[in-house]
Ligand binder design. Structure first.
Ligand code: FAD
Length: 259
């Protein structure tokens, strides 16, 4: 795109609303199309134009002197600009979770794992990517309990707790995990979902109503960060997402080219 490199980052198992839409009737020019077919056509076209794809959940976006550093599972990606397009689905936090973010609750093994050297942690994971993060953490921490909060394959040597966490609370220097059956205490809790709370993903991002605040060039309040699609608010429709994506991509390219 305009001689620039573009990278699309999304989880391997695509949970986008579009992938789950049986039939789209109101996308211009296509009378009846399944969401999965439309998504595949979008992906194929982007690939044919040179866009690269990376599978994973972005856990955090940090501004740097030259742009942004994105933490994607255990990898780091550097970019000059970022277009946010996470959709409207927001991860449901556990009661008590938000208050403990940065105070015992973490979403990033690479960033925070070393704080728990030799200590006890709980890992809540929805998927295989959480398994990879837990394998990384297991080599650092003293004790790890693994809570598979959604069904996925778990290595046989993990200490699996087959109970659903229902709430988190602060303990003396740690985090308490409540389940229907019991309560346990840990030095820290790592949570790996397919999406991230916006407040954790990018600090200081301004919101308007239920969406990310943007101007007509899809600029957010953070220079170099753009947003498009359902994450900017209503109407939640494919045509609006595609149009906003187009505007955001052009604005992002201009932002880079103007230096
Ligand atoms: C049942 C149903 C029927 C619908 N029918 C229609 C219809 O007929 N016509 C119509 O126009 N619209 C319809 N919609 C709405 C339409 O699907 C959405 O408007 C559209 O998919 C929005 O696209 P998006 O790219 O903004 O978000 P999404 O399609 O939700 O894609 C967001 C992507 O971001 C990924 N993501 C989220 N967080 C992260 C992160 N931290 N790191 C990496 N990736 C992340 C998600 O996994 C997902 O792949 C329907 C929706 C549903 C649920």
């Amino acid at each position: 795109m305009r001689g620039l490199d573009a990278l699309m980052i999304a989880p391997k198992i695509n949970l986008s609303w579009l992938a789950r839409t049986d039939r789209v009737d109101n996308y211009p020019g296509l009378k009846e199309v399944s969401g999965a077919d439309l998504l595949k056509a979008f992906e194929d076209q982007a690939a044919s134009m040179g866009a690269q794809t990376m599978h994973g959940t972005v856990r955090q976006i940090l501004p740097t002197d030259s742009g942004f550093m994105l933490l994607v599972e255990n990898d780091v990606v550097e970019a000059k600009t970022v277009v946010l397009a996470m959709g409207a689905a927001k991860p449901k936090l556990l009661p008590g979770e938000e208050e403990l973010i940065g105070a015992g609750v973490s979403y990033c093994a690479t960033c925070d794992g070393h704080f728990y050297k030799g200590k006890s942690i709980a890992v809540f994971s929805e998927n295989d990517q959480g398994v990879e993060e837990a394998e990384f953490l297991r080599d650092i921490v003293g004790k790890m309990d693994y809570y598979p909060v959604k069904k996925h394959d778990v290595p046989g040597d993990f200490n699996v707790i087959d109970e659903r966490p229902t709430a988190l609370y602060q303990t003396d220097g740690g985090v308490g995990v409540e389940t229907k059956e019991t309560k346990r205490s840990y030095d820290g809790v790592f949570v790996f979902r397919t999406g991230m709370p916006l407040s954790m993903l990018l600090e200081g991002l301004a919101m308007q109503d239920a969406g990310i605040a943007v101007d007509r060039s899809m600029r957010t309040n953070i220079p170099g960060v753009f947003a498009a699609g359902d994450c900017t608010g209503k109407p939640l429709q494919v045509a609006k997402a595609v149009g906003e994506g187009n505007v955001a991509a052009i604005a992002a390219a201009e932002y880079i080219q103007k230096g």
